[in-house]
Design a protein around this ligand. Structure first.
Ligand SMILES: *Cc1c(COP(=O)(O)O)cnc(C)c1O
Length: 366
């Protein structure tokens, strides 16, 4: 089976070198040398400051909500955050899990990111934050979202899980918002097996979050505030350093795959509209079909031929009961019903990709 993505496995020799160091130091977690090294390397690579490594991308979101005071309890009111239904479930479930009611606003039909006009319309007196997603690595309308947030005194936490290395208007996309979070899950472009990071705008928020990821402990006998365990360990960091070392070749191979799909499919299928000023990371190749029926037919044909395209992101989250009472996001519902993500990873052979393209084209004229 050709999967939709394959975890990037760096050279064993390279990994062994880092593992030898872990065995020598006998230091496995709690802000070890490799975690510190990866923090510095990522800040440099991404062009950001105030980066904090954590155990996974979901905890990255939750620590960001806490550090920015979004989920602070109030006696008789329930905080709310406005977010998109067109995303991986963790964006919304992390809010709910932390006692924040996710309020969905609909997406833009072309970029598939939150439409700022719908965000403003959804604000209530209990709204504390906006949690937009740079979905598939595309840039949200960061200017408009920033204006709304200032006007209504809201925090902005971007779920940038897909946006590793993406630049917008010549600068890291991660520099927008009070915080931007990354997931380093095995299936993501850059990964540490499991892992994640938060990029804070302000150093003070970073310092608060640092305490929170280690139980609020600040010294051998001091516990300064409420915390949890969200630390990244040395083995995760070792994997991350290796993947980062080989990032250039990985990106180059993915870019080739991405451009071959684009060349073949851009005239017949709807692709995600990206702003001019976007410097993309080639993490995903989503396509939207004419109808749900056509999308499902293509998915079935691909599967029968050993290719696994995935319905990312389906279902649209306003229809998921455990996330709360929502609804009325017809654009997200529509795009979610007609979308498929096609296989994209560095090892995808040109012959295999041509076969995928042929199967889709044959199905489209059928
Ligand atoms: C992967 C992902 C997450 C969750 O990250 P984990 O590292 O798996 O916890 C959150 N949001 C989005 C949009 C994701 O794609």
């Amino acid at each position: 089976m050709i999967p939709v993505t394959k975890p990037y496995l760096p050279s064993r020799e390279r990994l062994d070198h880092y593992l030898d160091g872990i065995y020598e130091r006998e230091w496995l977690t709690n802000n070890g040398q490799l975690v510190q090294e990866l923090t510095r390397r990522l800040e440099e690579y991404l062009g950001v400051e105030n980066l904090l490594l954590v155990a996974n991308g979901t905890l990255a979101l939750q620590i960001a909500y806490r550090a920015l005071g979004v989920s602070d309890a109030q006696p008789d009111r329930r905080p709310q955050a406005i977010t998109t239904p067109f995303t991986f479930v963790a964006t919304a479930s992390s809010l709910k899990w932390d006692g924040v009611e996710p309020l969905f606003a609909d997406i833009d039909p072309h970029t598939w990111c939150l439409d700022p006009r719908n965000v403003e319309a959804a604000i209530t007196p209990d709204t504390r934050a906006i949690v937009p997603v740079h979905v598939f690595g595309n840039a949200c309308d960061v200017g408009a979202i920033d204006t709304i947030a200032r006007k209504h005194n809201l925090k902005v936490i971007y779920d940038a899980s897909h946006a590793f290395g993406v630049k917008y208007q010549g600068d890291s996309l991660l520099r927008h918002g009070d915080a931007a979070t990354l997931s380093f899950h095995a299936t993501k472009l850059f990964h540490t097996g499991e892992g994640g990071a938060i990029v804070f705008k302000r150093k003070g928020d970073l310092e608060r979050a640092k305490k929170m990821i280690n139980f609020g402990i600040t010294g051998p006998e001091t516990i300064e505030e409420l915390g949890i365990n969200a630390k990244m360990n040395e083995f995760q960091a070792a994997m991350g350093l290796c993947v980062l070392d080989e990032m250039e070749e990985n990106l180059k191979a993915r870019a080739e795959v991405w451009h071959r799909y684009e060349q073949a499919l851009a005239t017949t299928l709807q692709l995600q509209a990206q702003p001019e000023a976007l410097d993309y990371n080639y993490a995903y190749f989503p396509v939207v079909f004419e109808s749900e029926e056509q999308a499902l037919r293509v998915a079935t044909t691909l599967k029968e031929n050993g290719v696994l395209a995935r319905r990312y992101f389906y279902p649209s989250l306003e229809s998921v009961a455990c996330l709360g009472i929502n609804g009325g996001q017809p654009i997200s519902k529509d795009i979610a019903s007609r979308i498929l993500c096609l296989p994209i990873f560095d090892q995808l052979a040109q012959r295999e990709q041509n076969n995928i393209i042929n199967l889709i084209e044959t199905e489209l004229v059928a």
